[in-house]
Design a protein around this ligand. Sequence first.
Ligand code: FCB
Length: 457
Amino acid sequence: MTRFPDGFVWGSATAAYQIEGAAGEDGRTPSIWDVFAHTPGRTRHGDHGDLACDHYHRLDADLDLMAALGLQAYRFSVSWSRVKPEPVGATNAAGLDFYDRVLDGALARGIQPVVTLYHWDLPQWLQDKGGWANRDVAEHFADFTGAVLSRLGDRVPRWITLNEPYCFTFIGHLEGRHAPGLQNEATALATVHNGLLAHGQALARIRELAPHALAGITLNLSDPLPASDSEADRAAAARVDLVENRMFLSPLLRGEYPPDAAEFYAGVTDFDFVRPGDLELISAPIDFLGINFYEQHRITAHPGQQPPAGSIVRGTRKLRAEPPVTAGNVGVRPDGLYNVLTRVHREWTDRPLWITENGLALNDYTGPDGRCHDPERIDYFARHFEAAARAIADGVPLEAYLVWSLMDNFEWADGYSKRFGIVYVDYPTQARIPKSSARWLRRVIAANAVVPDDTLG
Ligand code: FCB
């Protein structure tokens, strides 16, 4: 049985727009995801987050559930448009009341809160001013951060500024699959810089208002492997690595855009959005790095490939994953997690690492016994936990593992069709039904070790 170090933290993660619902309540105004999801053709079946898991009204029961599952940490995000619903005017105290209750409720149950300030739900009023493409967004994000800190800063031990800037910049502004649904590469690159700048400014605000708290950022890091040993495939994998990983790791941890970025983006941007002082702010030291791991890919050269069609990385193609795959056709590759963890520690930072998300979608359903059995999720987690333990044994300072997600929820462009939870949500009744994986995870947490799956016996 593989054991984890004493003090290792186990938990789960969610995000505001994916679970809360109560879209129009207590002063909240629309975010870019409300607008995007309500635009015909943007999400599967036209699904949106108006009600989602109705977590806003079921908070206490959901916190009780987390406690019953033995979770030690809970990562959630704050909806910016609940806190700052209007372009001008005061902070919306009613919006912050909710997060006050989440925080106190978690703490009262002995669950350590981890608060993400931005998980993709930009207020629409800010989008109307250019959104992430407008440099002023960084100042607005710092203001919002200040408002949240003034109310919650005394009790939050750990802050995450941004969740997965790769997704809300490149998927939102180049691929167009996520809000705000744009397809412009130059704009996407400006949003990368403005996003990182927003992180830098928010971090400075956290240092000022909560000097005792720990602060970091969460990146989704991938493991792009060349499909063959050929020069061309290796160069293609390096380009995917540039776009998916190094465009974020390098400015944050080395204070510079990757050396190959200027050449790769020649003709798209000359990076003239970078002003003196920006990179110093962006690379101010963080206390930990959050890593979300989902994907390892085999990459092949594909001359002629131009974004956004197909791959957003010029001249590359991702091979179809070999089995086993998830319901999202993503390959199950625990060694990808091992590679990411060891590489980040070896090449990028000696700070502590937190896995702030990892998980898979399955076509879960409840059987005649009313239960939801998900042995593949247990197998997936067991393999990934083993990979994490291996990285720890090899010297990686990994401190925590938060699974995605606590419960099935609104999976962005895939709507409710993709179930990532360890708890099944029966949307028509909003019943929460812990899956077999939740019962297994409770045993893992209690033992602080990867225990065998006994849920089928
Ligand atoms: C991540 C997101 C999270 C969820 C999972 C499946 O990219 O951060 O909100 O959608 O993927």
